[in-house]
Design a binder for this molecule. Structure first.
Ligand code: NAP
Ligand code: F7E
Length: 344
């Protein structure tokens, strides 16, 4: 058992829940920071059965003073900064807020660590979105150029570079995981994979007839969130901090993901038409199950993201295991079980 103490910001999100479970299993004392909410935001922690094992505290990333106090109160060995406005589409509607939480929020944390206890090891949740369309042809790695395509990506590039700066300037143990999309049944329902798994279940249960989506051609390198948190922890155990791409090395289109999700309930889709007229049709009865609504198009989108996790494999001993068809089936089956017992 490690006996170490970790502070996780964004504990109520997908990654916060899975990392907390992983660290608890390793014997950590886990402090979970969440912002004030008018309701209960611990649903994911409850679903993993760990809500009572987390030492909860309130931290708003726009407020420097409470970040500093949290560090003094928790005395962590490691801090994992997950708190973010993480929905890319929303960042076009809220560019200033997104920059404040994601960009300045991380800097407030770094500055607090530097002032309070610079020996604390820091993990920053960086993202493949920073690459933009720079990797159309090959696998993106730690040396690929950054060309952010959304306010979210710009905000994350700022915090990513601050992490590098605090490492260089102050010798602090700061690492960034450049994580490609990772999903699970705990994914927020506005993200494409969960929107599809949730929609497949609603259609199967007769509550709706189709799912309306945006850019069906977009390709992402999707992996399984519980596997990715293992790489995050491994980064902070290295003597030397650094940046690591965490990805599977395989990309699929949104259309492919829909095919896999419907196959999980025995439905084969056939695709007809192009652009806004494209539809995915149930081959057994001709019913339209996927259609396009331009309101889900983004002002700018990344057409294709595929990572090269060679460094994580070599230096962290990390390997992805779950395939995208398995991931889609896991998400659909979990949403189906939740619907049957009435939890969604
Ligand atoms: P998520 O489910 O959206 O969780 C984000 C967390 O941040 C939530 O706990 C949220 O709290 C909290 N938060 C938002 N604004 C805040 C604020 N102003 N102050 C304090 N907390 C705030 O995201 P995730 O998928 O777990 O991702 C974790 C981190 O990794 C994020 O930084 C994300 O940008 C980054 N990332 C994710 C992926 C991915 O594929 N999942 C890939 C690369 C990087 P509420 O519950 O109150 O909303
Ligand atoms: O979109 C397309 C959309 O919202 C994936 C965040 O965790 O991963 C996530 O960002 C793709 C995009 O994730 C719909 O245009 C089509 O091309 O699931 P998403 P994201 O934008 O890739 C990165 C790595 C992060 O860091 C972020 O925090 O799917 N798409 N139709 C759609 N997307 C959504 N959400 N909804 C649609 O209807």
């Amino acid at each position: 058992m490690s006996g170490k103490r970790a502070l996780i910001t964004g504990i109520t999100g997908q990654d916060g829940a899975y990392l907390a479970r992983h660290l608890l299993e390793l014997g950590y004392t886990v402090f979970g920071a969440s912002r004030r909410s008018s309701g209960d935001s611990t649903g994911r922690l409850k679903e993993l059965g760990i809500a009572d094992d987390i030492r909860a505290l309130k931290v708003e990333m726009c407020e420097y003073s409470n970040i500093r106090r949290a560090l003094i109160e928790c005395e962590p060995d490691e801090v994992y900064n997950f708190a973010a406005q993480s929905f890319v589409a929303e960042s076009f509607a809220q560019p200033l807020y997104t920059s404040d939480v994601n960009g300045l929020g991380a800097t407030r944390l770094l500055e607090s660590v530097r002032e309070v206890a610079p020996h604390i090891r820091v993990y920053q949740a960086s993202t493949s979105e920073m690459f933009g369309n720079s990797g159309a042809r090959g696998g993106l790695d730690e040396s690929s150029p950054f060309r952010p395509m959304s306010p979210y990506a710009v905000s994350k590039l700022y915090s990513h570079q601050m992490i590098g700066l605090y490492r260089e300037a102050y010798g602090m143990h700061c690492s960034s995981g450049i994580l490609f999309n990772h999903e699970s049944p705990l994914r927020g329902v506005e993200f494409i994979t969960r929107k599809i798994s949730d929609g497949v279940v609603a259609i199967q249960r007769g509550h709706r007839d189709r799912i309306m989506l945006g850019n069906l051609n977009a390709e992402r390198d999707w992996g399984a969130a519980p596997e990715y948190v293992v790489a995050m922890h491994a980064m902070l155990q290295k003597d030397t901090p650094g940046d690591y791409v965490v990805a599977t090395g395989i990309s699929h289109s949104v259309r492919d993901f829909a095919n896999f999700a419907f196959q999980a309930v025995g439905v084969q889709l056939e695709w007809y038409g192009e652009g806004v007229d494209e539809v995915g049709v149930d081959s057994a009865n001709g019913a339209i199950r996927i259609a396009v609504d331009p309101k889900y198009f983004r002002p700018a989108d990344i057409e294709r993201l595929r990572g090269n996790p060679a460094r994580a494999r070599a230096e962290l001993g990390w390997q992805p295991k779950m395939t995208v068809p398995e991931l889609a089936a896991w998400m659909v089956e979990t949403d189906m079980r939740r619907a049957e017992v009435g939890t969604i």
